[in-house]
Design a protein around this ligand. Structure first.
Ligand code: GTP
Ligand code: MG
Length: 140
């Protein structure tokens, strides 16, 4: 599949609760990502189960659903050359304790189950996840 230069992100409930939304958006902008669409929202349990369907057999699935529905999130579509890989590098390891210095999860997250931010893991999933939250008319 071609490189779309787009990825999808969510600033997760722990980061929102802890007042890191603005700092994280600044971090993303300073890294050269352009915001094509953005929305403050909250996932219902059914939306969360659909979004994380690939993890439904994992032992932490119920905790993941409870957590991601526990408060508001910011969903956004981002653009940069090689966006998926560049953004995964910017956010760091899933477990903030193993994330590199300077990454968003290292700076703003405290645990693997509340890790501040999501980044799509492939161009294909970026498109699926973007379509989950946005329609074509939302993308500027
Ligand atoms: P996302 O960007 O949120 O998709 O994270 P990721 O791609 O780095 O990790 P993955 O898709 O494998 O897992 C999705 C989410 O499930 C993670 O962000 C974690 O919050 C959670 N998770 C993954 N592995 C574990 C685990 O071993 N234990 C717990 N409690 N949560 C986990
Ligand atoms: Mg993932």
């Amino acid at each position: 599949m071609k490189n779309t230069n787009r990825t999808f992100t969510m600033i997760k409930p722990d980061a929102m609760r802890n007042g890191h939304m603005g700092s994280i958006l600044t971090h993303i902008e300073k890294a050269g990502f352009k915001i094509l669409a953005m929305k403050l929202t909250k996932l219902s349990p059914n939306q969360a189960k659909e979004f994380y369907n690939i993890h439904k057999e994992r032992p932490f699935f119920n905790d993941l659903i409870d957590y991601i529905t526990s408060g508001p999130i910011v969903a956004a579509i981002l653009e940069k050359e090689n966006a998926v890989e560049e953004f995964r590098n910017l956010i760091g390891n899933t477990n903030p304790k193993e994330a590199q210095e300077g990454t968003i999860r290292k700076i703003y997250a405290k645990s693997i189950d509340a890790n501040a931010i999501h980044g799509s893991d492939s161009d294909e999933n970026a498109e699926i996840e973007s379509n989950f939250h946005f329609s074509k008319d939302d993308i500027l």
